[in-house]
Ligand binder design. Sequence first.
Ligand code: GCU
Length: 438
Amino acid sequence: MINVILKYIAVSIFTLSLGTQISFAAQFDSQKYSFPSEAWRKRHKINYEEEMVKPYILPDPLTNPITGYTATNAFDWLENVRPALVKSFEDLYSPRPPRPFAMRFEILEKGEALNGKAERRQVRVFLRGDTDIETHFDILLYIPKSATKPVPSFVNMNFYGNHSVLDDPEIILSDCWSKIKSEEAKEAMRGKKADSNPIEHIVDNGFAYLTFYHSQVFPDTADKTINSQNVSRIFSDGVFPHKRAAISIWSWALSRVMDYIETNPQLDNGKVAVLGHSRQGKTALLTGALDTRFALVISNASGCMGAKISRRNYGENISSIMANFAYWFSDEMKNYIFAEDKMPVDQHQLLSLIAPRPVYVETCQEDYWSDPKGQLEALVAANRVYELFGAKDLPAMSNPKAPFCGATGYHMRAGKHKLALEDWKYFINFAKKHFCIE
Ligand code: GCU
């Protein structure tokens, strides 16, 4: 009898892993090789073949990466493992600045929007550190007008300026560096990213939506003379020497948005989801890991140094990301070019830092660069920590496509690298479940 059971288990495991391989292998198409160029793939040893993925061992998320101590319960993990994981990720992304020494919020504009469904606010956040310099960035927010009590919200940075998220003539153009140079071209971006920011749909579902332009906080360019103009220059080097790492400074600004939310009684500061796509997804994960005021964290196609396992040599790797985007990270990352297995931590441990708060990982089926399978793997490997907190409804590798809406969440959308309305529908569903909203 025992033999029969064991045989059954062995067959199930085999079928399960075969099933997984089939679903992920089915993604093969010629598109895969259209990005990046062949020369780039060669130089950075980019692999797109599942069979060429080298075996690797993931660090145990229950184990302290510095001392090697393994926690046995949630309290033990919080006390004796979590701080060392935080330190290890700060080494990779660079530490975030301290809290501003002074901060004020000025309402630049306020009005009715979305045919009376929402109130729009444009709020300038002024920041001071220990120098004479004052910097700022602008939050754009839409709050449902029908609300009778403080509302939950989504915070999502944007890539092209606040005016790109909705075709709303009242949205002020950002007064900062932008990849788009001419004023006409900037103006032409008004509303052009509305499909990735379905604000009316979000508001109709009872959520507020808050955004800011990431380049107003830290210009998203490798040009040192420009990105040294980022908002963290309010601090002297004595107080904050790490002014050159974009992701940690974008993340710090997301925490300032949370500071603002805490001042606005229309918003429920216990129900704030931080969300981001791609580089902004990497930033959302770091933010959720470090700032526990965010009750829910969503990564959309965050890929390398987001939700993707770095040790899995598929898609973008550390060599490639450092060649293009070294300014997103600390200098320490140089040590891991072609040496991902030497990294003190891997990305499932970043996801585990969000526990027990819910985290959601989105992947796009044709987004080979971001490694959909490697992202699901990180989420599944973070289960160990969620389980420690008592979570039971957790995802498995055998379920790559079906939306999973448990203690953590996951879906793979058909199509390319993008934040789409379909993704938002799953995110809203997940947020409603965890925020107990009908
Ligand atoms: C590049 C980069 C990715 C990043 C993406 C984005 O493709 O290699 O790591 O996620 O840009 O932010 O759009």
